[in-house]
Design a protein around this ligand. Sequence first.
Ligand SMILES: Cc1cc2nc3c(=O)[nH]c(=O)nc-3n(C[C@H](O)[C@H](O)[C@H](O)COP(=O)(O)O)c2cc1C
Length: 210
Amino acid sequence: MSNLIESLNWRYACKKFDSEKKLSEQDVNTLLETMRLTASSYGMQPWSFVRVTNPELRAKILEHSWNQKQVVDASDLFILCAKTNIDEAMVDAYIDDIVKTRKVAKETLEGFKKMMMYTIAWDDARKATWAEKQIYIAMGTLLTACATLKIDSCPMEGFVPAKVDEVLGLRDMGLRSVLMCPVGYRAADDNYAELEKVRFESSQVIKTLS
Ligand SMILES: Cc1cc2nc3c(=O)[nH]c(=O)nc-3n(C[C@H](O)[C@H](O)[C@H](O)COP(=O)(O)O)c2cc1C
């Protein structure tokens, strides 16, 4: 079995973290970097990733997370957020970044901007859904990165986003929470670690049309 598949079998949604075991700053930064490098539609990156280290804030988040203790016990807690303003200013900031990074003339990107403006023209609900889809891709990247580094994680949508936004003051940052991911190391007595992984057979979910 390849190392990657072995790692993905090793990972599970950790229910109980060892609160004494901390990630190194280097590992935390690597994980944050994997999210930053995630692919997104047009490369627009309608997101921010918030690391919460303040224990009081994490205790408040717990109150709005159905008491899922991973939120306070894990070494680190990441909140994967979508930008609230999916607008022309956001597109322009991205265009400016391309110009700066690739040293190309802005005029060469006019057609590209036009395409992105189709997305910007959608109604708010559709744009919100579009942004959320990008956040889920970042979560996938993060989970795989954690697995390959043998770091435990728990993808979470079991929380009340509006309340978490309030606790963290996310709206003032132009953000709203979409997903959370506590990361760290599993507790020795987390029984979920020993459970057999439940996945449909590949013949049921993988189809080859030849
Ligand atoms: C988007 C998403 C949200 C999830 N939310 C929670 C959650 O709030 N709490 C939790 O304990 N597990 C959560 N899970 C974990 C799933 O229950 C878990 O991934 C699934 O049962 C498969 O098990 P495995 O990941 O351990 O292989 C979530 C998973 C995903 C992908």
